[in-house]
Design a protein around this ligand. Structure first.
Ligand code: GLP
Length: 245
């Protein structure tokens, strides 16, 4: 395995600041960059740092284009806990990114296949994703690419695993029925020009070891990141604790 950029930080805040700097560098180099953002607890600090550093440095996000990694099917985007709501609050509003600069999955779509096609076509028409920030589930998922997923897939619908549903319910402030998700596929993760995989905390240490030191297999979807030639894996010490590298 040759992971090009494995970075281990003392704590979550340092990891988050470093991730934010990497995203800023992408936008400084290419102001019209296509950026893809995940939600979840992991990137909260990165998005906070990104907004603060963009303000301090005057980095211009007015020409970039943003897409979302995934969404809960059946959940409206104006509901707190939906990926759309979270990205609006944590990324787009703080960076002054306008609706015309954003394309997200519609969780309320009743034509999932067309919704996926639209996203795939949009990514292709913009020349691919320049920088994709992803987290990792404790079962090794990226986005909603659950164990067993076909790594050749682009955007698709996914029935969610019990552990994903279990952690997912904590993102909502009221009981919300969730069963399926819509997500970019691993093919799009692998095609992104740069991927930032972030993980922090002891609950991620076992899956991080499998992801980076185990065999590349659909059983651990994130393990495909080993095949990426420009992936940055940013960890805090706790998430890196089981690595033997
Ligand atoms: C969720 C999301 C992923 C996210 C992951 C980890 O189910 N679909 O995009 O990266 O799980 O979440 P967290 O960062 O809260 O641990």
């Amino acid at each position: 395995m040759s992971l090009p950029h494995l970075k281990i930080y003392n704590d979550y805040n340092t990891m988050s600041a470093a991730a934010a700097e990497l995203i800023l560098d992408v936008v400084r180099l290419k102001p019209e960059a296509v950026l893809c953002f995940a939600t979840g607890n992991t990137p909260v600090g990165t998005y906070r740092e990104l907004a603060a550093k963009a303000r301090e440095s005057g980095t211009d996000f007015s020409r970039c284009f943003c897409i979302g990694l995934d969404e809960w099917l059946g959940v409206p985007g104006n509901k707190s806990g939906s990926c759309k709501y979270i990205l609006q609050e944590q990324v787009f509003d703080p960076l002054g990114i306008k609706p015309t600069q954003v394309h997200l999955f519609d969780g309320l779509t009743n034509a999932v296949e067309a919704e996926c096609e639209k996203m795939n076509a949009l990514i292709d028409s913009r020349g691919g994703i320049d920088c994709m920030l992803v987290g990792i589930g404790t079962n090794g998922h990226i986005g909603f690419n659950e164990p067993g997923v076909d790594s050749r897939l682009k955007a698709h619908e996914q029935v969610l695993h019990a552990s994903t549903l279990d952690s997912g319910k904590h993102y909502f402030n009221e009981p919300t029925p969730i069963k399926k998700g819509i997500t970019l596929g691993l093919a799009q993760v692998l095609q992104a020009k740069m991927v930032l995989l972030l993980a922090n905390g002891v609950s991620k240490s076992a899956i991080i070891r499998k992801t980076l030191e185990g065999e590349i297999s659909p059983a651990v979807p994130a393990s495909f990141i080993q095949q990426h030639t420009n992936a940055y894996v940013l960890l805090d010490k706790e998430a890196a604790a089981e690595l033997t590298l």
